[in-house]
Design a protein around this ligand. Structure first.
Ligand code: NDP
Length: 239
């Protein structure tokens, strides 16, 4: 069965791996990107690239219209786009805080709310939000990011209760340390410190996150909603 899947921030990193995994499984995949050229490998897999900045409701609306025209209403939404603006609290500007919240939390609200329209009509749907181990455990220098990722849990669980009777599931994936552009920006010292705390002793490959997202969107996961699934090599155990 080929479903209409939308992945935000699918042009690189974890989002690209998620888009690739759904496309390889035969789904109709659309993904958002903000600038530059859409990655050739996703074009070759037949994925639809839609330009969209999730901080802009108008662009979100336009993106959905384009996806709906080409693939039909979104049946599986993966809200993956996110940013960091790390800083110790004393040096964190209000803009550092609000811009991270606006992308990671309010941006997720914008895309989920718009997807909900079609899912309500279809009386089914799958929504997977990409949070982070630091949303549960906290991380010095990431109060803005951590707060935004923790908020996704309350957001997903509220919607799981609100929309469960319509067979729409809302789940959260909380990756640990994944080797992407986002983590390559971290200072060497922080990377080494994190690595020493991961029981599996290594970073995650993007495919290891994508596999769990696909599972949560599959028939096998039809009775899972409001769950937070850590994919962190054991880094966040106990939360
Ligand atoms: P990257 O920095 O590699 O990619 C981020 C993606 O989000 C890009 O596609 C980017 O688009 C997109 N994006 C950012 N802001 C916006 C916006 N305003 N509108 C639309 N798209 C936007 O990050 P990762 O792949 O590492 O992370 C993906 C998700 O996983 C994020 O939510 C992140 O917080 C989470 N995560 C990552 C971890 C890691 O270790 N890497 C660990 C835990 C969670 P563009 O290319 O245009 O900038």
């Amino acid at each position: 069965m080929s479903r209409s899947v939308l992945v935000t921030g699918g042009n690189r990193g974890i989002g690209l791996a998620i888009a690739r995994a759904f496309a390889q499984a035969g789904d109709k995949v659309a993904y958002t990107y903000r600038s530059g050229e859409p990655p050739a490998e996703l074009t070759d897999l037949g994925c639809l690239a839609v330009r969209c900045d999730i901080t802009d409701s108008e662009q979100v609306e336009q993106a959905y219209k384009e996806v709906e025209e080409r693939h039909g209403p979104v049946e599986v939404l993966v809200a993956n786009a996110g940013i960091t603006k790390d800083q110790l609290l004393m040096r964190m500007s209000e803009e550092d805080f609000t811009s991270v919240i606006d992308t990671n939390l309010t941006g997720t609200f914008r895309v989920v709310k718009r997807a909900n329209k079609g899912m309500l009509r279809a009386r089914k749907g799958r929504v997977v939000l990409i949070s982070s181990v630091v949303g549960l455990a906290g991380q010095a220098g990431q109060a803005n990011y951590s707060a935004s990722k923790a908020a996704l849990v309350g957001f997903a669980r509220s919607l799981a209760r609100e929309l469960g009777s319509r067979s729409i599931t809302f789940n959260v994936v909380a990756p640990g340390f994944v080797d992407t552009d986002m983590t390559r920006d971290l200072p060497e010292e922080t990377r080494d410190d994190l690595l020493s705390k991961i029981p599996l002793g290594r970073y995650a490959a993007v495919e290891e996150i994508a596999g769990v997202v696909r599972f949560l969107s599959s028939d096998e996961a039809s009775y899972i909603t409001g769950a937070v699934i850590p994919v962190d090599g054991g880094l966040g155990m106990g939360h």
